[in-house]
Ligand binder design. Structure first.
Ligand SMILES: [Zn+2]
Length: 426
């Protein structure tokens, strides 16, 4: 039996199995880590921690604002190529480094997003305070990118030959209005071959995201003829209509479970206090643990906008000077989904946790893993070790203490799902 196959079977065995005495179980579970090449890859991290820190600083200092990831992508291309991978940049801007497995028909992806939330003018020079590194994007996703590069390099140095082909991917468009476009393109391109996606996002080893939080970002716009506040009084007013619609919408009842939320986040319109405006706009963020609730709430918003416009038209004294128009547009949509609890991927992560002596909790969050999960492809998102905080703020920090555990955890999870190519007879 292949070692990798044995690993997977052992991992998927129930915790209280009568056939394997408890005392022998840890030894059996260490099979993957006992493989000499895997051992060598795991050992590579400890010797190279300083260089991994340097790599993280270097990559963080290359700006990667939304939709402007190309410069950082070029750097990642060089880094992954130097780890012996065959590297391409796809038409969306994703950097894809291939480690060919025994089979090309099955693919496992290890990914880290390239983009930050910060505009181009942001100072990204990394500062040092004690053991901490400080810079916007240092943890999210400097840590993930440094880990992606380190794991690729460790596999190369250790001559790891996986059973399934591994793609090391630095992808674009994870944050905000990037709307997961990099991961969407990747899943579209490899859909039928893709067996698992492991997303490295930020720091820590305390969680594993297996549930994708679904969300919609929607913009409502109401327009009208506009006019003078005194002489045109009584004509329909887009701000009035938007206020009427908003009051209706915020009275919408949402369930506590599945947790469902909405936020009226931005409202704008009008040109001056003594003008009837010709336009009013509202941006709303809608999230839910349930795709059904999300769809319901989005259609409730459309109904409320339509009703607000209707109310305003009905109460207008003068409808001869034009009517109101409205539209609701989707700014972004993140699909939901969940990893099945008995998946091989979660078993591999749990076994890796056990091997490195880590405990992690299941989380629901909005990450690149949303895309594969919504397509029924196994996926998780995990931190890449060390500790970080202040994500999406100018005070973002990273402390590399404990990084090695995060790297080993990610590598063992990756090889747990890729498997190893069958060894030649010795
Ligand atoms: Zn991130």
């Amino acid at each position: 039996m292949k070692r990798a196959a044995l690993w997977v079977i052992l991992l998927t065995m129930p915790v209280r199995s009568a056939s394997v005495p408890p005392s022998t179980r840890p030894a059996l579970r260490a099979q993957l880590a006992d493989n000499p090449e895997v051992r060598s890859a795991l050992d590579w991290f400890a010797r190279n921690l300083a260089a991994i820190n340097e790599q993280q600083i270097r990559l963080t200092e290359i700006p990667a604002p939304p939709f402007q990831e190309a410069q950082r992508a070029a750097a990642l291309k060089a880094v992954l190529a130097s780890a012996g991978l065959d590297v391409q940049i796809d038409s969306t801007g994703n950097v894809i480094g291939e480690l060919l497995g025994a089979t090309e028909k099955e693919i496992v992806v290890l990914s880290a997003h390239l983009d930050t939330v910060f505009p181009p003018s942001t100072e990204v020079k990394v500062r040092h305070e004690g053991n901490r590194l400080l810079a916007p994007g240092i943890s999210d996703n400097g840590t993930g990118l440094a880990a992606l590069a380190a794991i690729a390099r460790a596999c190369h140095e250790a001559h790891i030959k996986p059973r399934r082909t591994i793609l090391f991917v630095a992808d674009v468009g994870e944050e905000g209005e990037g709307n997961l476009r990099g991961m969407r393109a990747l899943v579209d391109a490899y859909r039928t071959k893709l067996k698992a996606v492991i997303v490295l996002d930020g720091s820590g080893t305390d969680h594993v995201t297996t549930k994708a939080l679904a969300s919609r970002r929607v913009e409502a716009t109401i327009t009208g003829p506009g006019g003078h506040s005194w002489s045109d009084f009584g004509m329909p007013n887009p701000i009035n209509a938007l206020v009427r619609a908003s009051v209706r919408f915020i009275n919408t009842r949402v369930p506590v479970a599945p947790r469902t939320t909405f936020n009226l986040g931005q409202i704008e319109g009008g040109t001056s206090v003594n003008s009837i405006p010709y336009e009013a706009k509202l941006k709303v963020d809608i999230r839910s643990e349930s795709e059904d609730e999300l769809v319901k709430l989005e259609s409730a918003l459309r109904e409320c906008i339509a009703a607000g416009v209707r109310d305003e038209m009905e109460s207008a004294r003068d409808r001869t000077k034009g009517k109101l128009e409205w539209k609701v547009e989707l700014l972004g949509s993140r699909p939901g989904g969940e990893l099945p609890p008995h998946s091989t991927l979660l078993a591999a992560l749990r076994a890796a946790d056990e091997y490195v002596g880590n405990q992690s909790r299941i989380e629901r969050s909005s990450t690149d893993a949303n895309v594969p999960l919504s397509n029924s492809i196994d996926a998780i998102s995990i931190g890449a070790g060390g500790a970080g905080g202040g994500a999406h703020s100018l005070n973002e920090w990273y402390d590399p203490a404990g990084r090695e555990m995060g790297l080993k955890r990610a590598l063992l999870t990756l090889l747990g799902v890729s498997g190893l190519a069958e060894e030649k007879a010795r």
